[in-house]
Design a protein. Structure first.
Lengths: 574, 690
């Protein structure tokens, strides 16, 4: 980067997807200030849906433009020789890495936007008593007079929609940038709204607020590590853009160790976001505490954005450091797969189970990332596999958490209250609610990687990428770990569909693997003592059910006929 | 007698390259979709479709049949070079080296099968409307039958081993479902007791397991082919990516892509698959039990179509077998053994359906033998297969008609003298009977005699083979005449041996018309489509089945049997006459008394009644050791594996508990763990650097 400030030339059409989303978020904040209470919710939901759909259209246009680029462009694309467009260029035509539009960007942005759209639809869904998943007045102390007042007035927290849009915009930039500074800003833009959203649950407020605070503290810690790493890298290489760092790492300059440590810290920041062990500790607590639609959104969206960012760091910034760093990715991948898969076995709470499951999935995706330092065609196969896996994972995750949001406890009086997250309460759900049960089974099978679901295609993609990149031990461990984790998913399926052997209602104790009591340790209060035994699916306006059906359908479709999608992703990555 | 030798490795087909389908052939997918859609509708609507379920049930295969005829006419009127057409169905997975495209191959071989399956299938569907009229589950029955037709059409139209395997498993599934169709007590229509229901479901399982053994062969063959050649497509289609070098299996085989040893191995694996599906020795034991299914099922699946899939597989894989003479010899040997085996068993069975099943086994043995003879036999294997489809389906339906009349009785010793009561069934059955024994100028005469003749042909490097195969085939013809005549006479001639409460009557028209149609086919098919006279006035364009198949299986190689053909024909006819005569004096003549309970009989008869102890052998060789092995395994499983698994599970849970331990909920501790993680990772990375 030259020292002189160079006015960037902006290709607005390429920035449009991000601009639409962030612009709508700003408008949403203004709506919050100027619209009367009654109109806010409708306006916000409409704006969010319009913004995400608009962003999808803009992404489609960029996709079209990128497909038309035949000659491989220079640096800072996916790889030297890959196709890329630059949203920001210098007057002289050189690229600024702040926003790179290549296949990786487009696929991940599309995925993030679709996840956001689905999540907004789920968040907007309300029960017959007009309850949405969010506390009517987050600032009120739980149980206080003020809160009761807010509830009785029918207040609703409509800031969630702009917050989701801000986070979405952050994710979109996060996965598109090839510049450490922009990456850091995007990281914060995506994280801060999520911290807030995590603390807004209508029920189990204390748990939710605790989750929010934990997420914020640990997230700040991780951000600090990231920015410290970026500083070290800048110190060694004198640049913040990926192509220049890549060029600088080729020539040894005596500061290699410092560079390695810097890159490592940087990657730790990303590992935190994807929930890789040992930086995953926040995941179960936050996933459990956050309002369930938010959990779905961040579990899917954050993981997509962070993994794409990780891929870009590995493939574009550090192609020459494989020898130094593959041990890092290997170690983290192995530990993540093993710990995630094993821990998922002992969970008695469905949200924590899904949380550990997402940790395990992070490990599986890392096997494909580890393939990155191979040579030749691996350079495309790795990112391709990551994207395919994330697509499968995102669909199933959004769907699964939406199901969790709908399954409620039945109180003594027969009314449906909070979410029934204790696994024991899910016994027989497949028989009482065949459609929702079947969809949830599809998601679980997809998580387990059973053929004819998207999850199988994803696992096939990442493990074959790992093998072709020479990381076959990772693939082997991955297959074994998925077998272990599949056990946990099947247990839930069995629980939902098959009657307990004797007529005793299955309770949480039987559910934990090997009969271990599914006790929840820790400060997160999830005592299951007085929970009702049964659960039922709450009746809503139907938006959430639609999202579940759509996710299940796409999961099956991608499993049965993966050809078209796989080819499209592969083509745009070339 | 001249003994010209024939080169075994003669390239038997001037390969006709496939071209992109045009005209009606390009809609070939609808052949499969129609019955598949009908099956889906009938299954998904459930009881709601009970009242009208049989309508789509029979209309769908009929519509497929009409389409099949249109496609056949299109191919007939086209040049020979344009008779192999390919329909691309798109790519299922296209991931670099793994490119799985699906497509349909519309060529004379597959279209022949399409016509057989849909025409005979439609007749059997119509017959079933009446046969199953009283059954509460008739809709489900039609759904399964349609499923079968769709799967069978997939099998024969597939352009790759992979898609073929889909159909292969589909017909296996349909067969399993239909053999065990009466797997619960039924007290309306066909009365099924609890014990029978149990037997039926055991029979369906037996068929399923025997088929799985064959399927294993198929899977191994596919694995070997893919590992060796990188593709599973039969032939390359111009302008289409298909795998390694964009060449199909057969193109690569022709280009020397396989060693002889590998081709032999693959051929033997395919033979194993064919044995399972086509009930050939040593996997034949399931077919007799499969007669537990409703009779239309036996006619369609276990006589006319599914069991011939093995023959189709061998004939379709012809280029592979051309490269592997030893594998081909194995095919012929299996065919010869089974043809005798089935014939001997058929001589002793008193159950009309089981006798017919044994006959089916034997006739498929003929087809396998013909397929194993190579270029001199491929066409005749298919020709006999089609003819057999007609007369055997007709006879099975006739048997169903008899059972219908006799209150579901199947023991022929309790039949007799039915000719007077059931004129149509008797007459149509007579055509089937005469056709199968090779009565001059009926179908069997034109389809089986060429196989016997071809079996007498000495091929390059062969010594004993023509004599053994020829004499076995000839002896089989005599036995066929005996057991089929026995069956016919025991059922329709002689004195009546009915149960007191039996009131035989002719079946309703819906059942007799299909019988008449199949009888016409049994009588005339051979004369019309196989007989190729040198008369000057015979129209040159008249379709001849063997010539029609040339683009796929190659021209019938010129051959000269070791014995003059006239001798073969005369001796065969003499043997047939002896067989019929023997059957007549033992079972047919008005003066003979057929005991109502089977006499003890000679050891051979007893053995034949017991399927030549195949079940005992299976029991001794496989089931009992299998049971013990299973017990041992269960013990080991309990003691060692379960111990290990539970140990692992406990270990995993323990590890999980350990993994959960840092999950205290305290942020300070999480942060500390992260910091520790960073330090450990830095140490690891730097340690590797040193």
């Amino acid at each position: 980067m030259t020292g002189i400030f160079d006015t960037p030339q902006v290709d607005w059409a390429l920035v449009a997807p991000v601009l639409v989303v962030l612009g709508a978020a700003v408008v949403g904040v203004l709506l919050e200030a100027f619209l009367p209470v009654v109109a806010r919710r409708t306006a916000q939901v409409a704006l969010s849906v319009a913004a995400t759909v608009g962003a999808l259209v803009a992404i489609g246009w960029s996709w079209h433009r990128l497909s038309g680029v035949d000659a491989p462009t220079d640096l800072a694309g996916l790889r030297p020789g890959g196709r890329a467009l630059y949203a920001l260029t210098t007057e002289s035509g050189g690229s600024l890495g702040s926003l790179v539009v290549d296949g990786l960007t487009l696929v991940s942005q599309a995925l993030v936007v679709v996840v956001a759209l689905l999540s907004v639809v789920v968040m907007a869904d309300r029960t017959a008593t007009r309850e949405d998943p969010f506390a009517p007045m987050v600032s009120a102390v739980p149980g206080s007079q003020y809160e009761r007042l807010a509830a009785s007035r029918g207040l609703a927290q409509t800031e969630v929609y702009p917050l989701v849009l801000f986070a979405t915009g952050g994710m979109m930039v996060f996965s598109a940038t090839a510049d450490l500074l922009t990456m850091f800003v995007a990281l914060e833009v995506l994280s801060l709204p999520l911290y807030l959203l995590s603390g807004m649950a209508r029920r189990r407020r204390l748990q939710s607020q605790e989750a929010s605070l934990k997420y914020f503290l640990l997230g700040s810690f991780a951000s600090a590590l990231f920015i410290f790493g970026a500083a070290l890298v800048y110190g060694v290489t004198g640049s913040l853009t990926f192509d220049e760092i890549a060029a600088a790492t080729v020539t040894p300059n005596g500061l290699d160790k410092l560079l390695v440590v810097g890159v490592l810290l940087l990657m730790v920041g990303l590992f935190f976001k994807v929930g890789a062990v040992p930086f995953h500790l926040w995941t179960p607590d936050v996933y459990q505490g956050a309002p369930t639609p938010v959990t779905g959104f961040m579990a899917a969206g954050t993981k997509v954005a962070a993994f794409v960012a990780l891929v870009r760091v590995v493939y574009v910034m550090l192609p020459g450091m494989g020898w130094d760093l593959s041990v890092l990715v290997w170690t983290v991948a192995i530990v993540t797969m093993v710990v995630g898969s094993v821990a998922v076995l002992v969970q008695g709470d469905i949200k924590r189970l899904l949380a550990y499951s997402s940790v395990a999935h992070a490990g599986f995706v890392l096997t494909a990332v580890a393939a990155g330092w191979g040579t030749g065609e691996t350079a495309v196969v790795g990112p391709w596999a990551v994207l395919v896996y994330l697509l499968a994972y995102a669909l199933a995750t959004v769907g699964a958490f939406t199901v969790v949001a709908l399954v409620r406890e039945r109180s003594e009086s027969g009314g449906l209250t909070g979410e029934a997250t204790s696994l024991g309460q899910w016994a027989g759900l497949g028989r009482t609610n065949p459609v929702i049960g079947a969809c949830f089974m599809v998601f679980l099978l997809s998580f387990a990687g059973i053929p004819l679901t998207a999850g199988f295609v994803g696992k096939f993609a990442v493990f074959s990428a790992a093998v072709s990149g020479g990381a076959w031990p990772l693939a082997l461990i991955g297959v074994l770990a998925s077998a272990v984790a599949a056990f946990a998913y099947f247990k839930v399926v069995v629980l939902m569909y098959f009657p307990a052997r004797d007529e005793r209602p299955a309770d949480a104790d039987e559910v934990g693997a090997g009969g271990s009591v599914a006790s929840q340790t820790g400060a997160v209060g999830t005592a299951t003592l007085a929970r009702p035994k049964t659960a039922a699916v709450v009746a809503t306006r139907g938006c959430a059910t639609g999202v579940i059906g759509l996710c299940a359908l796409l999961t099956l479709l991608l499993g049965v006929l993966p050809g078209g999608v796989l080819t499209a992703i592969s083509n745009i990555l070339q | 007698m001249t003994t010209l030798t024939l080169s075994a490795a003669t390239p038997s087909a001037e390969a006709v390259a496939p071209q992109i389908a045009s005209g009606p052939a390009s809609a070939a997918l609808w052949l499969i979709l129609l019955p598949a859609a009908s099956a889906a509708v009938l299954l998904l609507l459930g009881r709601r479709a009970d009242r009208w379920g049989h309508w789509p049930g029979w209309i769908a295969p009929a519509a497929s049949c009409v389409m099949g005829v249109i496609i056949a006419v299109q191919l007939l009127t086209a040049d020979t070079a344009e008779r192999v057409q390919h329909v691309d169905l798109g790519s299922w997975i296209d991931a670099g080296a793994l490119n799985l495209r699906f497509g349909l191959l519309v060529d004379p071989l597959s279209v022949t099968f399409v016509l057989l399956i849909t025409f005979v299938g439609t007749l059997i569907h119509i017959y079933s409307v009446a046969y199953m009229a009283e059954d509460v589950n008739r809709r489900r029955f039609f759904a399964y039958l349609n499923l079968f037709v769709a799967a069978m059409l997939t099998l024969v139209l597939a352009d790759s081993y992979l898609l073929l395997f889909f159909g292969w498993e589909g017909v296996g599934l349909a067969s399993y479902l239909l053999i065990g169709f009466w797997n619960h007590e039924v007290d309306r229509g066909h009365k099924i007791s609890g014990a029978q229901a149990l037997e039926n479901s055991v029979a369906s399982k037996k068929a399923f397991v025997a088929n799985r053994i064959g399927d294993l062969g198929m899977i191994v063959a596919m694995g070997l082919l893919f590992a060796q050649l990188g593709t599973l497509h039969f032939v390359s289609v111009p302008g289409q990516a298909q795998g390694m070098g964009d060449l199909g299996v057969f193109d690569q085989v022709a280009g020397g892509g396989l060693t002889t040893a590998m081709a032999t191995g693959i051929g033997l694996m395919l033979l194993l698959a064919a044995c399972g599906k086509s009930a050939q020795f040593p996997l034949q034991s399931w077919l007799g039990d499969a007669m537990a299914g409703p009779t239309p099922v036996s006619a369609l699946i276990h006589a006319a179509t599914m069991v011939t899939a093995g023959v189709y597989l061998i004939v379709r894989s012809q280029p592979l077998f051309d490269l592997a003479p030893n594998a081909r010899l194995a095919v012929a040997i299996v065919g010869a053994i089974t043809l005798l085996y089935g014939a001997i068993v058929g001589c002793a069975k008193d159950d009309i359906k089981k006798a017919l099943a044994a006959s089916t086994m034997s006739q498929i043995g003929y087809m396998m033998l013909a397929a194993g003879l190579g270029p001199v036999g491929y066409a005749f294997a298919i020709v006999h297969l089609v003819g057999h489809g007609f007369f055997k389906a007709g006879m099975f339906l006739g048997a169903g008609s008899v059972m219908h009349a006799m209150g579901d009785e199947t023991d022929m010793r309790k039949f007799g003298h039915l000719a007077t009561k059931m004129r149509v069934t008797w007459a149509t059955f007579a055509f089937g009977w005469l056709a199968i024994i090779g009565f001059p100028f009926l179908t069997g005469f034109f389809t089986k005699d060429p196989i016997i003749e071809a079996a007498f042909v000495r091929q390059e490097g062969q010594t004993w083979q023509p004599w053994v195969f020829g004499l076995v085939a000839m002896l089989g013809a005599g036995l066929t005449a005996f057991y089929m005549s026995r069956l016919f006479f025991m059922t329709f001639e002689g004195k009546s041996r009915w149960e007191p409460e039996a009131h035989p009557h002719e079946s309703p028209r819906l059942m007799t018309w299909p019988l008449i149609a199949l009888a016409v086919g049994s009588a005339g098919f051979g004369f019309v489509f196989v007989f190729k006279p040198s008369w000057s006035w015979w129209p040159g364009w008249w379709p001849n089945l063997a010539d029609w198949l040339t683009p796929t299986v190659g021209p019938v190689a010129h051959h000269e049997p070791v014995v003059h053909w006239l001798v073969i024909t005369v001796v065969t006819l003499a043997l047939v006459a002896v067989g019929v005569w023997q059957a007549w004096i033992r079972f047919g003549a008005p003066s003979t008394v057929v005991p109502r309970t089977a006499p003890v009989g000679s050891p051979l008869t007893v053995a034949a009644r017991n399927d030549l102890y195949q079940d005992h052998v299976n029991n001794g060789l496989l089931v009992i050791p299998g049971t013990y092995a299973t017990r041992a395994l269960v013990f080991t499983d309990g003691a060692v594996v379960d111990g290990a698994v539970q140990g692992v599970a406990r270990g995993a849970v323990a590890v999980g508990d350990q993994a959960r331990r840092p999950q205290t909920g305290f942020v300070r501790q999480y942060a500390a763990t992260m910091a520790l993680g960073v330090v450990v990772l830095i140490v690891i990375v730097l340690a590797v650097q040193i």
